[in-house]
Write a protein that binds this ligand. Sequence first.
Ligand code: ZN
Length: 358
Amino acid sequence: MLVLTTREQLSVASLAACRQHFLMLNLRRIFAVFAAIFFCFNAKAWDYERHRLVNDLALNTLPKDFPSFVQTDSNRERIMFLGGEPDRWRNNYDRALRHLNSPDHYFDVEYLEQYQLKATELSHFRYQFVEQMAVARTTFKLPLPSENSDNIKGHPGFLPWSINEHYLKLVSAFSYLKVFKEQGTTTEIANARANVVYRMGILSHFVGDTSQPLHTTKHYNGWVGENPKEYTTSKRFHSWIDGGFFKATTAPDRAALLRRLKSAGLLKRPKARDDASSQFQSIMKYVLAQHQQVEPLYQLEKENKLSPDDPAAGRIFLEGQLMKGSQMLGNLWHTAWKEAPPDRFLQSYLARRKLRKK
Ligand SMILES: [Zn+2]
C-alpha cells in the first residue's frame, strides 16, 4: 500500500513509490497497479484541464480596454498552457527544486498553530515569515522539519507569498512594457509583451491552486488526526477533487460559468505599505476564505454528494470554487495592469541610449 504523508510527496516523491509498484507487478495485481499509477500521477492540484478552464474563464473577465495582445488566440492558448507549468516543475526528481517549488503550491493553515502564529498577522516578507517560524521553533522547542528528505514536512507552505511575488513580477512586466512602448524598439516591445503573457500564465497557477480548498489544509489528502465527524481518510480524495469527479461525471459547464462571472474589478491595496506589500492582504484574505471551505467539502463527501450517483450538490460546490479562482485571477491581472507604474529606471536608461545614438 502506498502511503503518502506529505503534500510535496503527492506528485514527485510518489514516483519512487510507483517504481516499487512496478517491481511488484504480476498478473493478479495488474489492475490494482494501474490504478495506483493513475493515482500517483494525478494527485496534484486542479488537474491541467481545470487549470486551463480557470484561465480561460479569467481571460473572459478582463475589460475591453485591457491590452488586446493578450486576447489573441495564440496568447490565450499560451496562458492556458502555462496554467500547468508550475506543476510540471514538480515532476522533476531533483530535491532542491522540490524544496523550492512544492511549498509555493499550498498553505496548510492549521500548521500555524504549532508556531503560535496567526494567519492575519504574518509578515508579507517571505523570509521574515521563515524567521518567525524559526524563532517559534526555538521558543516552543518544536522538532526540526527533517522527518522527510526534502525538509519541508509540517511546513505550512508559501502559497500567499508565492501569489504576491508572482503578482509583483507581473506588475514589473507591465511597468517595462509601458516604457518600451514609448521608447523601445519593435523587438523590445514584442519581448515585453511575451513576458507579460508568461507572467500572467505563471501567476494563474497559484491563484487556481488556492481555489481547490485542499491546498489550504493539512487535511489535503484525507482527514488526518482526530476525526470525530468521521470524514474520509481516503488517499484518493485529493485527486478526486482535482479532476476525478468531473471525469467520472461531466466536465464543468463553461458557458454557464461564463454567464455568472463578473467583469474583473480592482483590488484595493493597503494605505500603509509597511503593513503589506502590494496585494498581500487581499491575497491572504482570498486564501483564508478557501480554507473555510475545507470542512464543507469533507461534509459533502460524507453525505455521498461528491459521487457519480448524486453529483448535483458536489458539482455546484466545485464549479463555484473554479469560478472563485477565475474571478480572483481576473481581478489580479486587471489590478496589475492598472497599478503598474512606468519603469522609471528603464525610462532614463532608454533616454540616455537615445542621446548616445544622436
Ligand atoms: Zn500546483
